[in-house]
Design a protein around this ligand. Structure first.
Ligand SMILES: Nc1ncnc2c1ncn2[C@@H]1O[C@H](COP(=O)(O)OP(=O)(O)OP(=O)(O)O)[C@@H](O)[C@H]1O
Ligand SMILES: [Mg+2]
Length: 270
């Protein structure tokens, strides 16, 4: 597995900023305390990853994040024998590390992973909480401070890439969406440094752009892109240029759709 697919966040990491929208923090804490796995569903850029790193730091647990892709195998998660200095040595994968050391393993875009991954996840995500390592002959029992969190974007799913009911039904699940306007304004202001009033205008604009979803757009504009836009404006970029580069170009390649989006930008900012 390439290094870019795994990221570890240490247990004593400063708590990343996360503005809660509902009861998601309490739900996470309960799931963790009750040793239940958690599944987060929601569109791109709505705060799923930020939420998980916030909660891991808040609970003081290391976080092992794996970005799943269609080549991801069970061995990428559990570990493998590697040749090191003429010797073969077993090296734990991120899932095994989280089980051995205690911590949170976060499987981002879990629907992308290959089918054999579910074989590993099933005994770990039901009441057994076991991770069998066939290659080493070990059977690891997950400690109380191990938690599995997975996420995916239902918008991208197609029939071949959905979680089996037997997998889904092993998780406590929550739907994420873009934050309500006031919360989103605060997030954009905090992340970009742009003054609150101007962020509120961007959030209003996002509402009208999101209303265009479905007609020609696959997905509504994300909170992430609003943060980008505000960041460029705060850095001194003219609003129209910032909006084109962050709220229009990343959404569509279609000239007509782009024009429609720019009209909405113009209606807001003139
Ligand atoms: N509730 C929130 N509190 C603080 N920041 C937020 C919140 N929601 C979104 N953000 C901002 O939006 C950005 C994108 O969020 P994040 O990366 O967590 O999205 P995501 O849901 O994981 O998207 P993807 O599915 O594409 O991975 C964050 O970097 C942060 O700036
Ligand atoms: Mg993410």
């Amino acid at each position: 597995m390439t290094l870019s697919t795994v990221a570890a966040q240490s247990a004593d990491q400063e708590i990343p900023y996360y503005d809660s929208v509902g009861n998601e923090c309490a739900m996470f804490e309960h799931a963790y305390a009750q040793r239940l796995p958690l599944l987060l569903k929601g569109p791109t850029g709505c705060g799923k990853t930020r939420f998980v790193s916030h909660m891991a730091a808040k609970l003081g647990k290391p976080l092992f994040t794996v970005s799943c892709h269609d080549d991801l195998t069970a061995a990428d998660l559990t570990g493998r024998y590697l040749l090191q200095g003429g010797e073969t040595r077993w090296v734990d994968g991120p899932l095994t590390r989280a089980v051995r050391e205690g911590g949170i393993c976060y499987l981002d875009e879990v629907v992308e992973a290959r089918k054999d991954v579910t074989v590993v996840l099933h005994p770990l995500t039901d009441d057994r909480r076991l991770l069998p390592l066939e290659r080493t002959g070990e059977l690891l029992e997950a400690p109380d401070d191990f938690m599995l969190v997975a996420s995916y974007n239902p918008g991208y799913q197609h029939i071949l890439k959905s979680l089996k009911p037997s997998t889904r039904q092993r998780f406590v699940a929550m739907t994420f969406d873009f934050p309500p306007p006031k919360v989103e304004r605060d997030i954009v202001a905090r992340e970009s440094g742009l003054e609150s009033e101007r962020c509120a205008a961007l959030v209003n604009l996002a509402a009208s752009l999101r209303a265009m979803k479905g007609q020609d757009l696959e997905e509504g504009i994300s909170t992430r892109l609003l943060v980008y836009c505000a960041t460029l404006i705060q850095a001194g970029m003219p609003i129209r240029d910032a909006a084109r580069a962050t709220l229009v170009e990343p959404l569509s390649d279609d000239a007509d759709v782009q024009e429609g989006l720019m009209e909405a930008v113009q209606a807001t900012f003139g």
